[in-house]
Design a binder for this molecule. Sequence first.
Ligand code: FPP
Length: 247
Amino acid sequence: MPDTPAHVPSHVAIIMDGNGRWAKLRGLPRIEGHRRGVETVRNVIDAAKELGVRYLTLYAFSVENWKRPQDEVGALMSLLEYFLKRETATLVKNKIRLRTIGRTQDLPEPVRRQLDAAIAATAQFTEHTLVLALNYGSRTEVVDAARAYAAAVAAGTVNLNNDSWETFARHLYTGDLPDPDLVIRTSGEYRVSNFLLLQAAYAEFVFTPVLWPDFSKTDFAAAVETYAKRERRFGRTSEQLKSAPCL
Ligand code: FPP
């Protein structure tokens, strides 16, 4: 597959927010908002592939989300299980590999079973990757990475006299994934909420007031368009980039 054109982000990560408010505005239970949110997930996966985005990461359940009412947590887990059961065939048809980041070992067994099946069924694809952040939080990720790093130091596979960010980053859940180029948050909130804090160090951010269930393919394309108009400098000056854009 050719490289992604420069104006298209290779990796888009999304904080899907606003399901509860969408439902409340309509006098519906919060879970209806999540249900509609799953439809948006389907559309956005399609839109990302159509635009040539190679990696799409969706923040589907955070480590903090366990604090929600038990029935909402249960409903979210059921939705996830249902989504995986129903969508695996489409992922295979569209040649999209599924990956996860987060402490998925702590998810309910039926969800883990569906995840394992979907991951196995799509493992051979390389052009497009869907990453679900599940039971994910950046701070727990750093704790887990530090533990793995310490083990690697003890085993002698990492030398502390000669380490680097790249060496450490390989121990994050995202060790074999590129950093996100664009992070989108829906619903008019301006927070990062413990999402990819280290990986998004140089990402562009787009915040939109649209609630996640209403977020359309056109909204996704508009966010990508906004990204395309930004100048990413990675610490350099504008003049340096103009004279040697590939430095
Ligand atoms: C935030 O909205 C959304 C979530 C915590 C869950 C997102 C889950 C889905 C879109 C459905 C399941 C996902 C997949 C991948 C099948 P909120 O409830 O915090 O909204 P609010 O801020 O308006 O209350």
